[in-house]
Write a protein that binds this ligand. Sequence first.
Ligand code: GLP
Length: 233
Amino acid sequence: MKIIKVNDKYEGSKKAFKIIEEVHLNGARVFGLATGSSPLELYKELRESSIDFTDSISINLDEYIGLSKDDKQSYWTFMCQQLFSVKSFKKSYIPNGRAKDLAAEAKRYDEIIQQYPIDLQILGIGNNGHIGFNEPKTPFSSTTHIVELTDSTIEANRRFFAEKEAVPTKAISMGIKSIMSAQKILLLAWGKAKAEAIEAMVKGPIVEDMPASILQKHQDVVFILDKAAGSKL
Ligand code: GLP
């Protein structure tokens, strides 16, 4: 486990960009992507870079259930706005949150991850330590599955919606086992709201109540933290 402490998200995102540039140069062609505010500056760096992803695959972590692809709050729309509109990939995968048969969709997604093992996975972290949408108590052995979002996650995501009632209460998410199967993991965290989760992730026991704690066992994980997020380490 490698911890890189930076002054702010701008410095941190530049460091994250350098890591992506290097793994891409070394042949990485499957990128696990995340949504949320944590990777926003990193996506800006990528948009402004000359990296060519046209021979790469992207696989996103999760999607809300019930939102159509073109809903302005869907993670598909988020990815188009933040990255895909400027950087096209050979193929980009995001779970279909409107699939009629969600169990079949989860299975299809697992098959995609098996077909394209992830070289580099980008992660944020929820205030309660969730990764992807793997809420506390999700089994470490989980693969893609349907998630009931916790109140704390719904509350945290509310800022993107006009009213709380509009925030979806379910999601489909890559599982913890799938995340752990990535060759390399890069987790970004900014701000003091993340400090406790970061402390538990790095120093706490490895328990399913703190999903991110499993990352202590990953063979190549890099945490890029700003001062506030890393303040309890
Ligand atoms: C959501 C996403 C996660 C993300 C988390 C933190 O729950 N599903 O992938 O890591 O939010 O979001 P933020 O980066 O905005 O703090």
